[in-house]
Design a protein around this ligand. Structure first.
Ligand code: AMP
Length: 355
């Protein structure tokens, strides 16, 4: 959507009567709860039918449901949604199931900078961005023949870690690889995983200062991934693989975690570098983003992925995390997003944080 079109929409909006909307999935309970705490009306876009479980969570339930048959149908009802002064909060499922290309054309004011998708959804560009920012990523192995240490093989378009596999040798790779699918091979980084949840505001200077605006660290999690995280209950991976049982990386939940305090300077330096480079490349990664990292035994971070929006790993922190409690009590990422929109609306800065 062009900037001119967006500005036209925002000009027509009643800024004192905004509605925060998202698709009923992923982190929607948190988003609605945070928006409610900041005094917004909330709207839940529900696919197929209204989901009954929201009735069990009155403080996470949207004020209104908007039912559509499927994700693509959201594109048809944008005018109706604009009449409600709707600002959309994208989350992982929203973008994934609507499709990045369609999401880029959605004619609704959307929190964050949608241009980030062009960098995030292309593995090559993502690597260019993160390495140009000075981050260390797992080594990429271009030719399977060069596998000389444990690697993780990621099929393109594989959803949620499903059918990624680990191979320790070229032979094992050859036995496991599915023909006719494109893939990338990465060094398997041994260490502990931390999924770091940042929030970048280009319009407020009240946190870790950057060349423009400031950065916060709101929380971090570790994903619970089946079956890799529990496979040892049955025996060693090698033993199981002989039986044809291969561990997978499907996310089933998220576990709260904190990191050694002495690593926080590195955590901020990485966040800072990613934001500064994004400002240079495409106008900035705005709002929440997550760096998915492994910390090695030498206490070095290797970053294997970036998510440029609210991640489900923030869900354990609806009433605040050990980090956000040091900023403001009772502040989730969902609430922080609502605060940013509220601040921008009040100061006539919405076009700085919406695309
Ligand atoms: P992704 O879809 O890239 O987030 O990867 C899914 C899961 O695979 C992650 O949550 C990690 O547990 C694991 N993983 C991905 N890349 C690596 C890597 N290079 N080294 C070790 N584990 C990885």
């Amino acid at each position: 959507m062009t900037k001119i079109k967006l500005n036209g929409m925002l000009t027509a909006y009643d800024k004192k009567n905004l509605t925060i909307a998202t698709v009923c999935s992923h982190s929607s309970l948190q988003i609605f709860n945070g928006a409610r705490k900041e005094g917004f009306k909330t709207l839940g876009i529900s696919i197929g039918k209204k989901k009954k479980f929201y009735d069990a969570f009155p403080l996470g339930k949207p004020d209104e449901f908007f039912i559509v048959d499927n994700y693509k149908d959201i594109l048809k009802y944008t005018e109706e949604l604009r009449e409600k002064n709707t600002i959309v909060i994208p989350h992982g499922s929203f973008v994934e199931y609507l499709g990045a290309d369609k999401f880029l054309t959605l004619e609704l004011p959307t929190f964050g900078n949608r241009d980030v998708l062009l960098w995030e959804s292309d593995r090559g560009k993502e690597r260019k961005w993160l390495e140009a920012a000075g981050l260390t990523m797992p080594q990429e192995i271009k030719k399977p023949k060069d596998i000389n240490k444990p690697v993780i093989v990621k099929y393109h378009g594989a959803k949620g870690g499903k059918d990624f596999f680990i191979a320790k040798t070229y032979d094992e790779f050859q036995r496991r690889i599915k023909k006719n699918r494109s893939f990338a091979i990465q060094e398997f980084v041994l260490g502990t995983r931390y999924y770091l949840h940042y929030f970048y505001s280009p319009i407020q200077d009240n946190a870790y200062k950057l060349s423009k605006g400031s950065l916060q660290l709101l929380s971090m999690d570790r994903r619970d991934e089946t079956t890799i995280d529990e496979v040892q209950r049955l025996g060693s991976i090698a033993e199981l693989e002989e039986l044809g049982i291969h561990p997978t990386f499907v996310v089933t939940g998220n576990i709260p975690i904190v990191i050694r305090e002495s690593l926080l300077p590195k955590v901020f330096k990485m966040g800072e570098a990613v934001v500064e480079k994004s400002l240079e490349l495409f106008g900035g990664i705005i709002g929440s983003f997550c760096l998915e990292t492994v910390v090695t035994e030498d206490l070095e971070f290797k970053v294997f992925e970036i998510s440029a929006r609210i991640v489900a790993g923030t869900n354990p922190y609806i009433s605040g995390s050990p980090y956000s409690e040091l900023i403001q009590s009772d502040m989730s990422t969902g609430r922080r997003i609502a605060q940013e929109i509220k601040y921008a609306a009040k100061n006539n800065l919405l076009n700085e944080i919406i695309s």
